[in-house]
Each structure stands twice: as structure tokens, then as C-alpha cells.
Design a protein around this ligand. Structure first.
Ligand code: BG6
Length: 476
């Protein structure tokens, strides 16, 4: 078995989860920088004023800001063809409202991009990965305010121009569909409704949330147009957290329930970004939930003119949907009921490789544009053995099964162009703020009490993934 020629093998990260250097080079505070550490059982806290003795994982993260050359050399050793990373908006526009971009921030990313290109690793840039300047959250309550659209477009203009010819593939917003769910309030929309103090228990106002999401749709569509104008070779994609679910039972009520959840949590955003218009089912959902989207007369035309070139998504787990309240269990961002046929990770995420094949087929059937899996992986507790090695066979097993599923989907006819597993180097968990939840092929000595010397070491999966890439997916 082999993947198509030129298949983009690589890995993915996000600025606030690995860079550290949270004020270095004139960087401003982002929403992530005001979130404390947390765990599987204890929510991260959101502290608008930084507390002196509190641990904030993003402030140092894994210190990639100072060690990116070493890290990219390790990625190159594995044979990466592509590296997906995000640019921190706050390094380029520290408060989001400066009129000129911050040169030190641009230079940092230019160095990082050049380092990738040195090894023939293609940069794939996420423009906004849970990274709103905190100043915009304070002043505008994030994306709820339409004025943020122009600020984002100014940021896009600065990076499209500076990295023209070096970066060809861009993603406008990470997991934009998180905005269709309550946890997306702060995470992806920069909304901090009065009284919210805990990340896992955010105060939710769906009206504000969907209005903010609308502003992101417009911003994304404008970015697509601008990116094409600045460089016709630019390919600009969407990024969806594909939250696959199944009906818990064959009861038609569960089937319908699942369809409704899939529509709002997965397809609403993809449809707007790929097809350039709100899907027909949105109207009823908005009416029934008392949501009125305020639109400007030009908005429909902007959406239609800003369709993405390719569709990317993250895929970790699946759940079931049911109308039976007692059967609903709740799992991380997704909610829903447990699937009796699947086993779970230590964080309760249900592992479902076959679901990836189903997802790829469904998405491709719906949109018929190139697809890329830009996040996938197993968050696990890794242990360093006495001899210094880390045997993460469970991770190899997870990835192997998902790569097999992708290959089956390719045989099914899906146009899949690449795969960038999440957290190719250990980094801070987005949902819990922990280091203990590790995804990497590379172990980083950094721990949740703030200790650790940041040294890097190859896990068993490092050599395994290297062989996978070298054989274009044949040697699993
Ligand atoms: C995705 C995000 O939701 O999943 C990443 O795009 C995140 O930022 C990843 O890190 C894994 O989630 P977690 O909570 O295990 O870090």
C-alpha cells in the first residue's frame, strides 16, 4: 500500500501551546496567556489580571520560541514534507489595533519559515489558532464586534505580504466550528461574558456566539480573497474540528437527533466556507434558538466570493447522539453518549479509526475539494524508562490504525493530500492546560509544576513515523 505521490506527511502545532516567550519581541497578551494550568478533573481558570504566583502554561510552554531550530531539525530528521504551525496574532499586532506590524514578530516567523524551507519542509500556516489579542477581548468582547473583521484582515495583509512566495498554504481559523459550541466562547471567538471564570464552565449567550461566528465567516472570506489577490498561487483552506457522531440506537428519533447535531456542529461552518452561503438548515436552528444574525447588505456576496480552496480538519474521536437524556454522558468538547463498541483514551476520548474513513468519505462526497487531516493523535501519559527511552507503542498503534483508515478512504476515491498529526512535539493541552497529556514523537522535559529543563528526546514513535514517511505510508 502507498499514498499518492507527493502526499504531505508532517506534523502540527499551535503558537500558544509551544512557543512560550509570551512577551518576547514585543508580543502582546493573547487570550491563552490569561488561562492558568488545569487538568482532566480541574478546569483551567481565566484571570483577566495575571496573578503573581500562578502557573500559566503558555508563558514558557516548551520554549519553542528559542529552540525552533532544534525542533525543526528533528522534524526534518523524521522526513516531514510539511509543518503546520500557527502565527500568534499578538506577535504581529500586540493589541490587534496597531497601524504597523511589529517587525520583531514578523522576523521571528520569517526565520522559522526559512528554517523549514532549508529542509524542504513546506510551511502550512494557521492564521488564527485560539490566539486573539486579549486587548480585543477586553475592548470588543472578541469577535462579537464587527470591527474586529478589519483588524483581522489587516493582520492577514501583513503576513500574506511578508511571506509571499514562501508560504503557499494557509488556514484562516483553527476549528472554526468550536464557535458553534459553548466552549468556543473564549477559545475560538475571544468572548468573555461577564462572570466567566472557568474555562470548562463558560457563560454562554448563543446569540452573541453565532453573531461572532458570522463575523469570522466574513473575515475568513475576505482573507481568502485578499490572499488570492496578493499571490495567485496561495491556497487558502478552512479548518474544522470534525466531530463525528452516530445515532446511539436505530430509533429514528436518535437518527434525527444525530443528523441535527452533525448539521450544526460540523456542516454549518464547512458549508459556509466551502459553498459560500449558509446551509438551508441554519434558518430553522436560528429561529428555534432565538438567534438573529445581524448582516450587512454586502455579506452574502462576500461569503460567495470567499470560498476556500481546500478543506482541512482535525479528527480524534467520535461519540453517539440520542434523545434519551439518561444515556448522555458528556465527553470533552463534544458531549454526547458513549459508544459501547469503542475504547477510550485516559481523557475519555473514544478511539475510532474506522470513523475517520467514514468521515473522509462523507466530507469528500459533500464538498468535492482536496482534503487534509491536519490534526489527529493520542493524548497519553508517557513514561521515561530507566534507560531513558520512551516506549509509546499505544501511540504507534493509534496512528497506524488511523493511517490505515486514511488509506482505505484514498482507495474509496477521496482526494486526500496530507496528514499532520497533532503535537508532533509534546506541547500544552488546549482543553486542560496540561503538559501531562502528551501527543508527540518528541518528548519534552517540561512538567505541570513548572519544572523541567526543556530538553528533547526521541520516543519510539519517532523512528516509526520516520519509516512511515520514508515508505510513503507503506511501512506501518
Ligand atoms: C484541537 C486543537 O482541538 O485539539 C488543538 O486544535 C488541541 O489546539 C488538540 O491541542 C488536542 O486537544 P487537547 O485538549 O488534548 O490539547
Amino acid at each position: 500500500m502507498a499514498f499518492p505521490k507527493g502526499f504531505l506527511w508532517g506534523g502540527a502545532t499551535a503558537a500558544n501551546q509551544l512557543e512560550g516567550g509570551y512577551l518576547a519581541g514585543g508580543k502582546g497578551l493573547s487570550d491563552a496567556d490569561v488561562c492558568t494550568g488545569g487538568s482532566h478533573t480541574q478546569s483551567k481558570r481565566i484571570t483577566p489580571v495575571l496573578e503573581a504566583d500562578t502557573f500559566y502554561p503558555s508563558h514558557e510552554a516548551i520554549d519553542h520560541y528559542h529552540r525552533y531550530q532544534e525542533d525543526i531539525a528533528l522534524f526534518a530528521e523524521m522526513g516531514f514534507k510539511v509543518y503546520r504551525f500557527s502565527i500568534a496574532w499578538t506577535r504581529i499586532f500586540p493589541t490587534g489595533e496597531e497601524t504597523e506590524p511589529n517587525e520583531a514578530g514578523l522576523q521571528f516567523y520569517e526565520n522559522l519559515i526559512d528554517e523549514c524551507l532549508k529542509y524542504d519542509i513546506e510551511p502550512l500556516v494557521t492564521i488564527s489558532h485560539y490566539e486573539m489579542p486579549y486587548a480585543l477581548t477586553e475592548k470588543y468582547n472578541g469577535w462579537t464586534d464587527r470591527r474586529v473583521i478589519d483588524l483581522y484582515v489587516t493582520y492577514c495583509q501583513a503576513i500574506f505580504t511578508r511571506f509571499k512566495g514562501k508560504v503557499k498554504r494557509w488556514l484562516t481559523f483553527n476549528e472554526i466550528n468550536c464557535g458553534a459550541m459553548p466552549l468556543g466562547n473564549l477559545l475560538s471567538l475571544g468572548i468573555l461574558n461577564n462572570g466567566t471564570t472557568e474555562f470548562m464552565h463558560q457563560i454562554d449567550q448563543p446569540q452573541l456566539r453565532f453573531q461572532a461566528l458570522h463575523h469570522q465567516f466574513i473575515a475568513s472570506a475576505k482573507a481568502v480573497q485578499l490572499g488570492h489577490e496578493i499571490d495567485q498561487d496561495n491556497q487558502i483552506g478552512c479548518m474544522i474540528a470534525y466531530m463525528m457522531s452516530y445515532p446511539l440506537t436505530p430509533n429514528p428519533a436518535d437518527v434525527l437527533e444525530n443528523q441535527k447535531v452533525m448539521q450544526i456542529s460540523n456542516y454549518l461552518c464547512g458549508d459556509v466556507q466551502v459553498r459560500g452561503a449558509y446551509p438551508s438548515f441554519a434558518k430553522r436552528y436560528f429561529t428555534e434558538n432565538d438567534i438573529q444574525i445581524e448582516k450587512e447588505p454586502e455579506d452574502d456576496a462576500i461569503l460567495a466570493a470567499g470560498k476556500v480552496d481546500f478543506y482541512t480538519f482535525s479528527y480524534y474521536m467520535t461519540v453517539c447522539q440520542t434523545t434519551d437524556e439518561a444515556a448522555k454522558s458528556g465527553g470533552n468538547l463534544m458531549g454526547g453518549a458513549k459508544n459501547p463498541y469503542l475504547i477510550s483514551s485516559d481523557w475519555g476520548w473514544q478511539i475510532d479509526p474506522l470513523g475517520l474513513r467514514i468521515a473522509l468519505n462523507e466530507i469528500y462526497d459533500r464538498y468535492q475539494i482536496p482534503l487534509m487531516v491536519v490534526e489527529n493523535g493520542l493524548g497519553a501519559y508517557d513514561k521515561i524508562k530507566a534507560d531513558g527511552t520512551i516506549d509509546d507503542d499505544y501511540r504507534i498503534d493509534y496512528l497506524k490504525q488511523h493511517i490505515n483508515a486514511m488509506h482505505e478512504a484514498v482507495l474509496d476515491g477521496v482526494d486526500l493530500i496530507g496528514y499532520t498529526p497533532w503535537g508532533c512535539i509534546d506541547l500544552v493541552s488546549a482543553s486542560t492546560g496540561e503538559m501531562a497529556k502528551r501527543y508527540g514523537f518528541i518528548y519534552v522535559e517540561k512538567y505541570d509544576d513548572g519544572s523541567g529543563d526543556f530538553s528533547r528526546r526521541r520516543k519510539k514513535s519517532f523512528d516509526w513515523y520516520k519509516a512511515v514517511i520514508a515508505s510513503n505510508g507503506e511501512k506501518l
